[in-house]
Design a protein around this ligand. Structure first.
Ligand SMILES: [Zn+2]
Ligand SMILES: [Zn+2]
Length: 269
């Protein structure tokens, strides 16, 4: 069994209503060894009609998690993380936020390209499908070259969840040169990637990133790979991890990673 779900949200995140205690109890019920919380902080997130801004007050968040870590210490090993939205122009404040607390684990993610979230139709208004994907992946390349504050890059092909035309699967190798450079930079900088099973409960038939990207990461010498559900609801905690393990094994991995005190530990399947 995979001992940790490394990508989990709670009501500390603007887009989630599940109390963190409910997520912790779910992890205990599933027999997990670790509980990771990785709530959202996205600087410069635009104010939309839904009022979601993804601002995470750092001090109350970590203080509450430290209380819970102590409270649950005999039941589960709580590890305090955060998911930071990365963009080139917010690098200084994002790096400063990351350094202001000694997180066990930081996911760096691309939720926006030039200030627009591909979750919203506005992102696609002035691009064809190829450009929509390409600009998203190029922004990741900029981020991995610029940033140091993250441990793994989250959901590398997040955009595929939201592109308007879902009638055909996207071909990651159409952007193979960009992915090669992204993954080489991640490996050279001592960072990792994640397998995110959020796509499985959003109706896709594979965890992401796409297996072709995982295979490429393996071929380039990548070893650090966390597994996360991106759960915002208890029923999605640890979702599809058997599937994630099967895909990783097919891609040649025999272990996965957890980060403790910011240091990677490899666990065998
Ligand atoms: Zn995310
Ligand atoms: Zn997330």
């Amino acid at each position: 069994m995979i001992l940790a779900d490394c990508h989990v949200h709670s009501a500390f995140s603007d887009d989630c209503e599940t109390p963190v205690e409910q997520m912790i109890e779910t992890a205990i019920a599933q027999g997990k060894k670790y509980f990771y919380l990785t709530d959202h902080q996205d600087f410069d997130y635009p104010v939309m009609d839904d009022g979601v801004t993804f601002q995470l007050a750092q001090e109350p968040y970590v203080r509450r998690m430290e209380e819970l870590k102590y409270q649950y210490k005999d039941k589960i090993d709580i590890r305090i993380g955060v998911e930071l939205g990365l963009m080139a122009h917010i690098k200084d404040k994002t790096e400063a936020y990351a350094k202001a607390y000694d997180y066990d684990f930081i996911i760096g993610s691309s939720h926006m390209v030039n200030g627009v979230d591909p979750y919203y139709p506005a992102y696609y208004a002035d691009k064809n499908e190829y450009q929509a994907y390409e600009q998203y992946f190029l922004s990741i390349l900029d981020n991995v070259k610029a940033y140091d504050c993250y441990h793994v890059y989250g959901h590398l092909d997040y955009i595929m969840r939201y592109v308007p035309n879902q009638t055909k699967p996207y071909d990651p190798m159409a952007y193979g040169d960009i992915f090669r450079e992204i993954l080489k930079t991640i490996i050279d900088n001592g960072k990792g990637i994640e397998v995110n099973t959020g796509s499985l409960y959003k109706g896709f038939d594979f965890p992401h990133p796409h297996a072709a990207i995982l295979k490429l990461y393996k071929d380039l010498g990548g070893e650090l790979i966390t597994i996360g559900s991106d759960a915002h609801k208890p029923q999605h905690y640890g979702y599809g991890f058997d599937r994630a393990e099967a895909v990783l094994r097919q891609c040649g991995f025999d272990s996965y990673t957890v980060f403790v005190g910011g240091k990677p530990q490899q666990l065998k399947f």
